[in-house]
Unconditional design. Structure first.
Length: 565
């Protein structure tokens, strides 16, 4: 071969399995153990072009017509000489053959490869050319491939990730083994490093790089509450992978600011959080953290988010919330505190009350609304005054009022009741959509939002009337134009609303289970790939990006920020 690549076999075109413009088969030496699914191989054609293909299936066969024949040929099942090379009474002819999917031809002449043409392994350069990695525009590192002893960096065109050509990322995989959050943080770190460097190196103030801000919701654990602390467990091998293989610095996130939910527990800095107390103390001392709470005045028009997952087929809850927002009696402008609100609510639900005379909302509906609201009456987040003067009473507004290019804003909601988590998430998403729809000079060009457990807000089980689902559909469908990019994570992709995942131009698949891969979302994967998905190791992903010529199996190194696990 022209590039001195290792020859591993020859093309085999048969009557039943001919070579086509999409697939071909080849036999290889049965002792060859260099090849695995997703590996790239190459065939030189008579017209001096090269056809690259991805390994899909590897099979091994013998000349035995049945397993019974194989049993007989081994002295009727004798195991006496099983360790000997001559264990069988009859030596069987055997070989391995491979099914390969064509991904690229160097002259764009997609004619079937010919029988008996040599098949070779690729050099790293050939691998990059095959997958379209040799000339990626706007490159962003998304991991690396390990292919027969070589590490090959995988870049994607970030214009297909954060717009304008494409947008949104969906990451799926089972809990614990898929490392979904870690991989998403790896991509966000790569994005911040790239655009922060471009911003700092730009000398022309009028032509600065894009202003990108990152909103990260911490919904479980505490790992996302230490994004700015270096990972001391990162060894030299891992650091070398970052620097030499990926072209990244093994550094944690920069410009990180933390928002903790207000609480009454002094031992935890008056917050409801899983955060380590020492880490939190440092963040408050360095003025990189604050507490947020919701007084009644800032919450009156947001109560709908408490009922996002509450079925409301007749629209009565929605009517009540509209009544409150319109300052209907007895919830007029004079009601400015939570205490006054619950007092007015109690007056409405007293049997025989005439408070709501003239309204079309039934007393039973008000009682249902009151029953749900009273669950939150003692919530530490619903207070009219914070613990400190620096506490924020309007989280969403504060996010934008103090937003700088390349900022990472971490919003901790892990310790909140699920309804309260939805309340905070819905509030922020609404504010993001409104602010980015009416851009001004203080609004960033793009906001990347990371949300874990997407199934809570955009699954097929969420009521269609959910305001949070409505916002997420808006982000999925209009976000690319508005500059709102969604990085979402869930265990089971098949459970997510079709319009959300259908608008994600990029997908990453971690380890999943056998039931999940039988769902329609995985029908375009071959059986071998589906089976591989159930065996992927932590840190292994199969990614799909519009700029790549094929699905690619990648790895990513350990996180650069402190892990509390």
């Amino acid at each position: 071969m022209s590039n001195n690549s290792k020859i591993i076999g020859k093309v085999s075109a048969t009557e039943k399995n001919p070579s086509t413009i999409d697939y071909f088969y080849f036999w290889m030496d049965s002792n060859n153990d260099d090849l695995s699914p997703f590996d790239v191989i190459m065939v030189e054609n008579p017209n001096n072009s090269v056809t690259y293909a991805i390994v899909e299936e590897i099979n091994h066969v013998t000349d035995s017509s049945s397993h019974f024949t194989s049993y007989i040929s081994s002295e009727f099942g004798s195991l006496a000489n099983v360790e000997s090379e001559q264990a069988g009474n009859t030596n069987r002819l055997s070989f391995s053959y491979v099914k390969a999917k064509v991904v690229h031809n160097t002259k764009n002449t997609y004619t079937p490869v010919l029988h008996d043409r040599p098949v070779c392994l690729c050099t790293p350069k050939g691998i990059r050319e095959a997958l379209g990695l040799d000339d990626v525009k706007n490159p962003l590192t998304c991991g690396y491939m390990e292919m027969y002893g070589n590490k090959v960096k995988v870049d994607i065109n970030d214009k297909f990730l954060i717009g304008p050509d494409g947008a949104h990322l969906n990451v799926s995989g089972i809990s614990g083994l898929a490392c979904k959050t870690s991989y998403t943080m790896f991509l966000l770190n790569a994005l911040q490093q790239k655009y922060r460097k471009a911003w700092e190196e730009s000398e022309d103030e009028d032509n600065k790089s894009q202003k990108i801000t990152y909103l990260v919701f911490n919904v479980k654990g505490r790992d996302l509450l230490t994004l700015d602390i270096p990972n001391e467990k990162l060894d030299e091998t891992q650091k070398r992978i970052y620097r030499e293989e990926l072209g990244l610095e093994p550094e944690p996130f920069k410009q990180v600011y933390y928002y903790y939910p207000h609480g009454k527990n002094a031992s935890r800095n008056y917050t409801q959080s899983n955060a380590d107390k020492d880490d939190m103390d440092r963040q408050f001392i360095e003025k990189n953290a604050c507490r947020y709470f919701y007084n009644f005045e800032s919450s009156r028009d947001k109560l709908q988010y408490l009922f996002a997952n509450e079925p409301d087929p007749t629209g009565t809850i929605d009517s009540i919330i509209s009544y409150l927002m319109d300052y209907g009696h007895p919830f007029g402008p004079s009601v400015t505190t939570w205490e006054e609100f619950f007092k007015a609510l109690n007056s409405v639900t007293i049997p025989g009350s005439t408070t709501l005379q003239g309204t079309n909302i039934q007393l039973a509906s008000w009682k249902k609304f009151a029953r749900i609201m009273r669950k939150f009456q003692s919530e530490d987040l619903f207070v009219d005054k914070g613990h400190e003067i620096t506490d924020r009473s309007d989280l969403a507004s504060d996010l934008f009022d103090n937003m700088n290019p390349n900022d990472v804003k971490v919003i901790d909601i892990a310790q909140l009741d699920p309804f309260m988590q939805g309340f905070v998430f819905g509030d922020v998403i609404q504010q993001v959509v409104e602010r980015m729809s009416a851009k001004d000079k203080n609004t960033p060009d793009k906001i990347v939002i990371f949300v874990d457990e997407l199934n809570k807000y955009a699954s097929t089980d969420v009521p269609k009337s959910s305001p949070i689902l409505r916002h997420l559909l808006d982000v999925a469908e209009r976000g690319r134009a508005l500059g709102i990019i969604l990085f979402s994570v869930e265990q089971f992709r098949s459970a997510i609303h079709e319009r959300v995942k259908g608008n994600c131009a990029n997908s990453a698949y971690g380890r999943t289970n056998f039931v999940e891969v039988t769902k329609p979302d995985y029908q375009f994967f071959g059986n071998i790939y589906k089976n591989m998905m159930t065996r992927l190791a932590p840190g292994d992903y199969i990614i799909s990006n519009p700029a790549l010529r094929s699905l690619v199996s990648i790895k990513f190194p350990y996180p650069t920020f402190k892990s509390n696990n």
